[in-house]
Design a protein around this ligand. Sequence first.
Ligand SMILES: [Zn+2]
Length: 390
Amino acid sequence: METSKATVHPKAAGIHWQELLVGQDDLWHGLREAVATGALPQLSLLAGLPGNVQLPMAIALAQALLCSGGNKPCGTCSHCRQVQRLVHPDLHFSFPLAKNKELSVSHYAKWRTALHKTPFMDLTDWFAGLGEEGTQANIAVAEVQSILERLVLRPFSAACKVMLIWLPEYLGRESNRLLKIFEEAPQHTFILLVTSNPDALLPTVRSRAQLFRVKAVPPQTIAAFLQEHADAEPDAAWQAALLADGKLQNALHLLGTRSTDMMDHLSDLFKAAYQYKPKEISEWVEWFAKQHREDQKQFLQWMQGLLSFVLRRKYAPELAGEAGDNALHQYIGRLAVSLDAGQAERISDAANDCLAGIQQNANVRLLMTDFSIALSRTLKSKQEQLTRIN
Ligand SMILES: [Zn+2]
């Protein structure tokens, strides 16, 4: 199983953030309008699922705020060009780190690299880039102090300044120290909070900010984006889009995986488990155990994506979107016929336990043997009475 990480190709001069706002025309139009008319509140909260478009959206919004041209963001003025390269002196960032005493400003180089490689990144991608995988994320006291200090700076070269706080849910209690400045931001200052989990914010923070929601992106839109911006072949683009769960970063990760190989391996496992053939099962477990840890995780995540698409296809076809005619889609169709909801959910939960186990360095052979036995039981279990989801 070979994998490689797909990335959106950044143009030499930087990233054209607007081009990454896939499937968000209404929201983007509304935000641009708010900037043009001076109606954007000083404190905004952009929310979307992890791996979706909210971070590029916030940067594009910052570009519109800092732009000195007409029809903001014009894309050509010096401010726009600096934002494209993430080097604008009036665009400040704050983000979670693993160590309490470290400050975001000391990690700007890594932050830029990560955003160029994975512009829709979630916390896992960011921590992988930092080499801090599996560590507890935090926005600590020292960083809060740094936010406060940067917020009182006067704009350096633009008419205003922007503070983008990524994943403020990691501020925890520390956010209390920011409440006053959130309530009454200094002049010519915009604060953009970018979250994957608005419910985890303190209610006092949430209630002060205007909420803008980024939508999940339908598969056909993702497939078109991958072909246009990530040089994907139509089949590969569809396969990634189908399993991306509406999130761009998932789609880009999936583009780097070879779905056809994964499908063959999964189908071998399902067959062996269904017929309960101990020899084939143990051969499969041996094969799995020999893969790299990252590939093992990717396989399990891929399987979960597939199962959630199976469920959607079965019970909410309107949410599954149009599908291309490809081998993966046909396989999903067959699974949708043979698995019921309870089975698909139990298999997905078991895959999730394996993922957690692998992350904690558990014995992979034992984990996957247990998984295969559970799978075998689940596949053979009598079809349950289902409540129809209408
Ligand atoms: Zn401009």
